[in-house]
Ligand binder design. Structure first.
Ligand code: AMP
Length: 419
């Protein structure tokens, strides 16, 4: 496998799949540039080596071409500022203009393609099918888009001499720019630094963790975390289970959870997890109390409740005081910590204190020598909101990709480079 550190970029055009899927405000200003900053070292490495760069990314989930709100043109000024270099915007991805601009690129120059997901070919999924389309129509549409996906991929590949995948956040997708394109560069494909660092950090944590190893899982639902909980139970010494899933576990054990999130079809699985943890000798931590709100809103009235006894009309939206103390004590002394998912609705200030307490405890453990890996969009957003991003060992840029990698699945974007 080629490495970005040793590859000779002199006179070469590198097409880099970056993850510039960043949040924008209503005036299209970038509100969190973490992902752009993460990609800068890879871009600079190519330029310093005498190469030129074609950047490509998706942004949001456009359903058709040229949706203004999703144009990558909004990102260009931020990239220029962080990179310190002019970035030419192509305005499309596989039209004549992009091809001409790529052909004219000189060493040291950078250009950026338009949002790849303006084209159905990026994902290879048909668009605009009628709701009542027959199975045959669906199959025909799929066949058609798969065929034009080949052309799309070929066109992207034709712009460059070397392909770099630096988009860990989309590595779990088998899209044109994240996986398929790699086949056009059998001897000139490699990971960028974001990818290299992500894979190394996760491999270290999962393969050879310093013990004790604790995982902290929060977020909204058990259903999206079930596989990872089971996978992590093969590795960790202890597990904090928090966030919305607390209430499914409490309800499964006969608790009254009021209006809290309760996934009834997950009760059996929840009870199974409790049983398995006992058998394996894994310490499970739940918050005994909840900070409840009387509506799912930032200005809800609040009160603390026992998680097994939440009155109707109230829902658990954060951990309570006892939960905070319990979690802080449990985190103390850990040597490896993996955190995915906030323990409360941290986006609302009234319900952010629990997530803040957990973040502070992770920072303290890190200061005391632990390796802390913060994974998943929302935990990283929380760490950023609290201004603690540089006080943990590693912030993963990938949400779904991180979870799938930890679950042991082969990520198409990773496999395409390694094969
Ligand atoms: P996930 O993407 O599954 O990690 O979920 C992240 C989301 O979970 C965040 O937006 C939180 O607001 C939300 N969340 C955390 N705790 C709760 C809770 N107790 N009830 C509802 N949502 C929650």
């Amino acid at each position: 496998m080629k490495s970005i550190d040793t590859y000779d970029f002199k006179g070469k055009r590198a097409i880099i799949r970056v993850d510039f899927n960043v949040p924008l405000d209503e005036n299209f200003n970038v509100t969190d540039d973490t992902r752009i900053r993460a990609a800068i070292p890879t871009i600079k490495k190519v330029l310093a080596g005498g190469g030129s760069v074609i950047l490509m990314s998706h942004l949001g989930r456009p359903k058709k071409n040229n949706e203004e709100k999703y144009s990558l043109s909004h990102i260009v000024p931020t990239v220029e500022k962080l990179l310190g270099t002019k970035v030419e915007f192509a305005g499309d991805s596989w039209g004549e203009k992009a091809a001409q601009m790529a052909a004219a690129l000189k060493p040291g120059q950078v250009m950026m393609l338009e949002n790849l997901r303006f084209y159905a070919e990026e994902e290879g999924k048909p668009r605009g099918l009628a709701e009542d389309a027959s199975d045959e129509q669906k199959a025909a549409a799929k066949k058609e888009v798969k065929a034009s996906q080949k052309e799309f991929t070929k066109r992207l590949a034709s712009y460059a001499d070397v392909y770099i995948n630096d988009a860990f956040g989309t590595a779990h997708r088998a899209h044109a720019s994240t996986a398929l394109i790699a086949d056009h560069f059998p001897d000139d494909k490699m990971f960028g630094y974001v990818m290299e660092n992500e894979l190394r950090a996760i491999d270290d944590v999962m393969g050879n963790p310093q013990r004790p190893f604790m995982a902290i899982l929060g977020g909204a639902k058990v259903s999206t975390k079930i596989v990872i909980i089971e996978k992590l139970m093969e590795k960790v010494d202890s597990l904090i289970l928090a966030g919305g899933m607390t209430y499914t576990f409490a309800a499964a054990q006969g608790g009254n959870v009021g209006d809290s999130k309760d996934e009834k079809d997950m009760h059996e699985l929840a009870l199974n997890i409790l049983k398995k943890a006992k058998e394996k000798g894994i310490e499970l931590y739940f918050s005994p109390d909840a900070l409840c709100g009387d509506s799912f809103s930032p200005d809800a009235n609040t009160k603390e409740c026992d998680v097994f006894d939440i009155p109707a009309g109230w829902e658990g939206m954060d951990i309570g005081e006892q939960g905070k103390r319990k979690f802080i004590d449990a985190i103390k002394g850990q040597k490896t910590i993996l955190w995915n998912g906030p323990v409360g609705v941290f986006e609302f200030d009234k319900f952010a204190a629990g997530t803040r307490a957990v973040a502070d405890a992770i920072v303290d453990a890190t200061k005391a020598g632990a390796f802390s890996l913060i994974g998943g969009g929302d935990s990283v957003a929380a760490i950023n909101k609290f201004g603690l991003a540089d006080k943990v060992s590693y912030n993963s840029t990938g949400g779904g990709a991180l979870l799938e990698y930890i679950e042991g699945k082969e990520l198409p974007g990773v496999a395409a480079i390694r094969k």
